[in-house]
Design a binder for this molecule. Structure first.
Ligand code: MN
Length: 676
């Protein structure tokens, strides 16, 4: 048999490349795997499994995914020497594989479901159990018919499988040390009570009234500190965590009749059968064989969110970033006790520490009538003095203009970032939803000087548009009678380059259940081609699917993309979905409107109120909320939204942060179109 490393040697000049020259093989016990992130002419990942004294290697152009449905091409390449396990560096230009080679993950692996490596290779089916920092659980390599070096790599369905991501926790935990899971760590606490504050380096969570305790999963055993029998729902959700070992920090909570956390209710539930108890998890201290306490809070929380499965017993405590005052207002309005501010970069310390601070709620009455609304709206110094606060805007509900202003004030911190830096059109209802309304693109004379306007070139010359960059600007346009808001899909400085692609599911007469079915299919399709779409109700009767875009795309790109998505959905659900533009020809089907992806078209942002009965608002949804039995657009109103934001934070934050690559998605979509 020839030396398996001949090809490796032949391709390289060891006087030039810093890569290791193979030494004679050494016998080792546990098999190692390593993944290199290889930024060569094309970025790819090299998966290398130790076998027979060498590292058997595959190049994986699109990397790894924990979604078992996402099968990735893996091209078998030449064997590499064992020394390569520790290699990282820059391969000089002109050499084979020129570029940078970085260790992306490393750990041990086991061959499973095969008697021997040779048998598995002969069958063209290699199953391995990986124990790394990013790659965990069972992975599957299957040789394709195309050529002997062409394989498919995908995640097996095991407890690590779940939403699409390339690392078990969705983040890099390279800095976490290996350590046994501590049985009784010391909890971190806030050290002082402070007034509400805003600081972009801090995150703010709701404080829950209940039993603060650690919850653990270790193999098939679950435990909750201080509780003899883990309540069944909590036990099920801990068992379903996407890992084999974890320690969470959080609060055991039961709700009273009004849906608020209540210690009495918790005591009663613990004494009884434990029904209705939820563990609200806000931190992750340990995962598998790693101590996560030396990682920043941002990372620990991102990891925690990834681990938690969609079961009622364990809930993730979300946060708002930067805007403590907005959260405080929301929880005060909802009658909850306090918010906890935490420095985003802070490590998990033992005991009281200044990186955590408690912010007690302000006393308010729960039901805000006009007087209350006036009081709240007038409290701070505003640049616009609100007028006609008592004017009734929603006659059926009795909601006033003051209520509308109070709502917008309370959600401003999560809403304004979605408006900032975009031209906005106004839709003004000075006499409420039943009165006359008028649509206004142009910022007219009389617009106060402090309010930003942007000159936007259009068919009839340069038209100044309003830009809502802050609370003052928001309240100014609302005081003008704007109920809903209409920002562009692109920004002032790049009006021809959208940063959101939007598919509008518009039902007109069709039932909401059809909208839900189509939204589900849209989510599946978009996630299947590697995107991370966002979902919200329109606030009326439809839904909006958003994909935030990387800079540089044009409206032609986003429109063509959304059109292709719409056409695939119509093909999949022809009885309920249509792209027919004429309403008369839609046959009661949901209209998939991709034409809004155009310059000077607008879309209501999340949290925008709509001028219809019920004062419903556009509500961001987690995708799994499509399965809620009670889901209806009327669930989210100016009354219910602030508390929801207090609980869940800004579910649409990724629309600003997670800007995605459309080119790969378009290619993948073409495959879908061709494949069926
Ligand atoms: Mn490579």
């Amino acid at each position: 048999m020839s030396d398996p490393l001949d090809e490796y040697r032949k391709k390289r000049d060891f006087r030039v490349t810093p890569e290791p020259e193979p030494a004679p093989p050494i016998a080792r016990d546990d098999a190692t795997f390593v993944v290199h992130r290889h930024e060569a002419r094309n970025l790819h990942y090299d998966l290398r499994l130790e076998h027979g004294g060498v590292l058997c290697s595959w190049a994986v152009p699109r990397g790894f995914s924990y979604d078992p449905g996402e099968k990735r091409l893996a091209v078998r390449t030449e064997d590499h020497p064992l020394e390569y396990e520790h290699f990282s560096g820059r391969i000089p230009r002109g050499q084979y594989g020129a570029g940078t080679m970085a260790i992306w993950d490393r750990g041990t692996y086991e061959l499973v479901k095969a008697r021997s490596w040779d048998e598995a290779v002969a069958r063209g089916e290699i199953k391995v159990q990986l124990a790394g920092r990013r790659l965990r659980g069972e992975w599957h390599l299957v040789r394709t018919q195309q050529s002997k070096n062409s394989w498919l790599l995908f995640k097996s369905r095991d407890l690590y499988a779940g939403p699409s991501r390339d690392s078990a926790l969705g983040i890099d935990i390279g800095a976490a040390p290996r350590a046994p899971m501590s049985i009784t760590p010391a909890a971190m606490h806030w050290d002082s009570e402070v007034a509400g504050f805003d600081d972009p380096a801090w995150v703010f969570e709701m404080e829950f009234d209940g039993l603060r305790c650690f919850a653990t999963k270790d193999g098939s055993t679950t435990a909750v500190q201080g509780v003899d029998t883990v309540p069944r729902g909590v036990n099920d959700a801990l068992a379903a965590l996407r890992c084999s070992r974890a320690m969470l920090d959080g609060v055991l909570v039961a709700l009273d009749g009004r849906g608020r956390p209540d210690r009495g209710a918790l005591r009663a539930a613990l004494a009884g059968d434990g029904a209705g108890i939820t563990y609200y998890a806000f931190d992750l201290l340990h995962w598998e064989e790693f101590d996560l306490r030396p990682l920043p809070l941002f990372d620990r929380k991102a990891a925690l969110r990834t681990l938690i499965a969609d079961l009622p017993g364990v809930s993730y405590v979300d946060h708002v970033t930067g805007s403590g005052q907005a959260l405080l207002q929301a929880i005060s309005a909802a009658g909850l006790p306090a918010a906890i501010g935490k420095r985003g970069a802070s490590l998990y310390h033992e005991g009281a520490h200044s990186d955590w601070r408690r912010i007690a709620a302000e006393p308010t009455t729960a039901t805000a009538g006009p007087t209350e609304a006036e009081r709240r709206t007038n409290r701070a110094t505003l640049r616009t003095k609100p007028t006609n606060l008592g004017k009734v805007y929603w006659p059926a509900e009795g909601y006033t203009k003051g209520d509308l202003l109070a709502y917008y004030r309370s959600v401003a911190d999560v809403l304004v970032p979605h408006l900032r830096d975009r031209p906005v059109h106004l839709n003004r209802f000075p006499d409420g939803i039943d009165g006359k309304s008028f649509y206004q693109r142009e910022a007219k004379e009389g617009t106060p000087e402090w309010l930003r306007t942007a000159p936007v070139p259009s068919d009839d010359g340069i038209v100044p548009h309003h830009v809502i960059d802050d609370l003052d600007a928001l309240l100014h346009v609302v005081n003008l009678g704007s109920i809903d808001l209409h920002p562009w899909l692109s920004r002032v400085s790049t009006p021809d380059s959208p940063d959101w692609a939007v598919l509008d599911l518009d039902p007109k007469q069709a039932p909401f259940a059809d909208v839900v079915r189509i939204a589900r299919a849209a989510g599946r399709l978009l996630r299947g081609i590697g995107l991370r779409p966002l979902l919200k109700t329109s606030g009326k009767f439809g839904m909006h699917v958003f994909v935030p875009l990387r800079p540089g795309y044009t409206y032609d790109h986003s429109r063509m993309f959304c059109e292709a998505v719409a056409r695939i959905l119509v093909r999949e659900l022809p009885d309920i979905a249509t792209v027919e533009r004429l309403p008369d020809r839609r046959d009661g089907k949901v209209y998939l409107d991709f034409l809004q992806n155009r310059r000077s078209q607008t879309i209501v942002p999340p949290y925008s109120v709509r001028p219809i009965r019920g004062a419903s608002v556009s509500a961001p949804l987690a995708w799994d909320e499509l399965e809620r039995d009670d889901l209806s657009p009327q669930l989210f109103t100016i009354r219910s939204m602030p508390a929801r934001i207090g609980e869940r934070g800004d579910l649409f934050r990724a629309a600003l942060e997670d800007r995605q690559d459309l080119m790969q998605a378009i290619e993948a979509l073409e495959d879908v179109l061709r494949g069926r």
